[in-house]
Design a protein around this ligand. Structure first.
Ligand SMILES: N[C@@H](CCC(=O)N[C@@H](CS)C(=O)NCC(=O)O)C(=O)O
Length: 214
């Protein structure tokens, strides 16, 4: 399998974690999102994914976009270890946590959104950083409440084993660190991430562990 990604892409980070957890070998194709490269805008990459977003997984002849769709594909093709629980209700709870991050938080702070705030809308860096921190705080405040009820051991966002929710949480926390957001109000989320980040599958997927980070 080939994963089109970039060390700083938190959506690609989710997929790297899932691939590692499931023990699936993959090759990374680096799509450098930074100007002036902006490889996401190249005709070759747009032919693969017209939205110009990473990650993209290529499995044989098949091209799959959207990190959560990719992870659900991996879950169905490589069921063990399971990232979704056994019952429909539990699966809905885990997906709700994952979607709270992937749909309600992450898109608001994506690179192209920040670039739009800076260029056409002329926002200063300080205002863009406030925007970033605001949406992190909105999302994490709610997730901290959820985690207090749903974590079974203070080491996982849901229950007592690694799920799709954890796969989304750790990269989002990395984004919060990168943009110097105040994460002191979220002790439960911080404890969960501290545990997860030390697991080999998460550690190998971390941005700083990727060859393109250097
Ligand atoms: N919903 C998509 C989001 C993908 C996404 O936003 N990727 C970012 C990197 S984390 C990207 O490619 N940004 C390029 C840009 O903003 O120009 C997913 O989960 O895969």
């Amino acid at each position: 399998m080939k994963l089109y990604g970039y060390f700083r892409s938190s959506a690609a980070y989710r997929v790297r974690i899932a691939l590692n957890l499931k023990g699936i070998a993959f090759e990374t194709v680096v799509i450098d999102l930074r100007a002036p490269q902006r490889a996401q805008d190249s005709p070759e990459f747009r032919a693969l994914n017209p939205s110009g977003l990473i990650p993209v997984l290529v499995d044989g002849e098949q091209v799959i976009s959207q990190s959560l769709a990719i992870i659900e594909y991996l879950e169905e093709t490589h069921p063990q270890p399971a990232l979704l629980p056994a019952t429909p209700l539990e699966r809905a709870r885990v997906r709700a946590l994952a979607l709270a991050i992937a749909c309600d938080m992450h898109p608001l702070n994506n690179l192209r959104v920040l670039n739009y705030l800076r260029a056409p809308l002329h926002l200063e860096d300080a205002s863009v950083n406030d925007w970033y921190a605001h949406w992190i705080a909105e999302g994490f405040r709610a997730l901290e409440q959820e985690a207090r009820h749903l974590s079974g051991d203070g080491r996982h966002l849901y229950g007592t084993s690694v799920t799709l929710a954890d796969v989304c949480l750790v990269p989002q926390m990395a984004n919060a660190h990168r943009f110097n957001c105040d994460i002191s109000p979220y002790p439960t989320l911080r404890a969960i991430c501290a545990h997860l980040e030390a697991l080999p599958a998460f550690a190998r997927a971390a941005p700083q562990a990727q060859p393109d980070a250097h």
